[in-house]
Design a protein around this ligand. Structure first.
Ligand code: 13P
Ligand code: SF4
Length: 308
């Protein structure tokens, strides 16, 4: 194991690379990354990188976002097939047709797009949001415009609740957060009545309504940091988040909320990145995210939404 850690460190220096890793990566990848974070923190961190290469240990839309914000850098993703069920649920041509239909019907709206989407979809949007800044951005949409929120209907519903603003919701969902078992959560709560439940806003309402706190991964870390005494937390998000919680705040106890079909919930797309293909992408200089024509317009939307 240590050999591969050393190998990656040597290659990283040789290739003048910085490794960014999302909190849903395996602990060993988070451990060797230069920076870990949620989608917002990593997108912002990517703009501060001084090396010529960024290796993005996350999924495709995250690496694509890093490239759009840093056109001159080489951005590598250990496995190009690391997709996202949310991004897949919203093809750009389908969104363009839907927007056209709304316009023909005289609806005035702005499109607010979750960062878990393709560059082509971002290019069709007015705003791009993450779990970390969505409320703030939605408040920027003029009151005389409707909000078309794509593609996560659960996050959209949650944002309707917290902003009090009715939205037109796309029918997408995250395959990981959608399948938490409410029955198992209630059973866990019975067994650990003192425990607090923290849930990601990509979870459906039936999980959110049994939670003490709802927030994205960075917000979860801030929430947990506020408890000085050892506390039990039931965690309804991708299971690798427990590694990050444990390593930052080891005084607490963390229990994964199980999925319908498994004891904990891991994202199969995030899991495509391994120490081995991370090493190989540094050796080969590929897979690389190459600049595409639609990146230019998406870049403008990203800059306005995430960096201002
Ligand atoms: P955040 O870490 O930004 O909350 O995103 C969660 C997620 O599902 C990323 O794919
Ligand atoms: Fe997409 Fe869900 Fe995986 Fe995040 S956890 S990358 S939203 S499928």
């Amino acid at each position: 194991m240590h050999d591969i850690f050393d190998e990656i460190a040597t290659l990283k220096a040789r290739e003048n690379a910085t490794i960014l890793a999302h909190y849903y990566q395996e602990g060993e990848i988070q451990q060797l990354a230069d920076f870990t974070g949620d989608s917002l923190k990593l997108a912002r961190e990517a703009t501060k990188v001084e090396t010529s290469t960024i290796v993005f240990c996350g999924v495709h839309f995250m690496a694509e976002t890093a490239k759009m914000l840093n056109p001159d850098k080489r951005v590598l993703l250990p496995d190009l097939r690391a997709g996202c069920s949310l991004a897949e649920s919203c093809p750009a041509d389908k969104l363009a047709r839907y927007q056209e239909m709304l316009r023909i019907n005289g609806r005035r709206f702005q499109t607010v797009t979750y960062i878990n989407s393709s560059a082509a979809v971002k290019a069709l949007s007015d705003w791009v949001v993450t779990s970390g800044n969505a409320e703030e951005i939605i408040r920027r949409v003029p009151a005389d415009h409707e909000v078309l929120f794509v593609p996560d209907r659960h996050l959209g519903q949650y944002l309707e609740e917290v902003t009090g603003r009715k939205m037109i919701l796309w029918n997408g969902s995250c395959m990981v957060h959608e399948i938490f078992s409410v029955g198992d959560l209630l059973e866990l709560k019975r067994r650990l009545p003192q425990a607090l439940t923290i849930a990601h806003p990509e979870c459906p309402a039936n999980i959110r309504e049994h939670s003490d706190y709802v927030g994205g991964t960075e917000a979860m870390l801030r929430y947990v940091a506020g408890f000085q005494e050892p506390t039990d937390f039931l965690v309804a998000t991708e299971a690798n988040m427990l590694w990050q919680l444990q390593s930052k705040f080891p005084r607490h106890h963390y229990h994964p909320v199980p999925g319908i079909t498994c004891a904990c919930n891991k994202c199969p797309h995030m899991a495509r990145n391994t120490l081995e293909n991370l090493r190989d992408c540094l050796v080969n200089g590929s897979p690389e995210i190459h600049w595409q024509p639609e990146f230019q317009r998406a870049r403008e939307v990203l800059q306005r939404s995430l960096l201002n």
